[in-house]
Design a protein around this ligand. Sequence first.
Ligand SMILES: [Zn+2]
Length: 127
Amino acid sequence: MSTHLTVGQRALLEAELQQRQRALAGRLAAQSGGESRAEQAHEVLAQDAREAAQREGEREVGVALTELEERELSEVRQALARLREGRYGRCSACGCDIPFERLKAEPQALRCIGCEAEAEATRRRAG
Ligand SMILES: [Zn+2]
């Protein structure tokens, strides 16, 4: 069990994670409800090709956002699971304690700053 966080810090981070989980789940539910039927009908009938193209673009942005939010939501859920299991706040790469300041900024963080930077660099080299 990771003990570098005080009870108060853990409670604060847990509350933050639960808040994020609720916010993300709510946004995703609203999005998967999707456009109303009236909007879809309007789209089919849209005569102005430029308007249609613009709507298409907006939808693509919406999809990318949803994917991002889905990923964040799953990270938040995993962080909450780690909290329950007493593994929260430990770097998944090097096993060090992730400082509270970093967790406060990004409560679902899996890695310490050093390992995160390294993982980011690896991703960039790969991509
Ligand atoms: Zn690390």
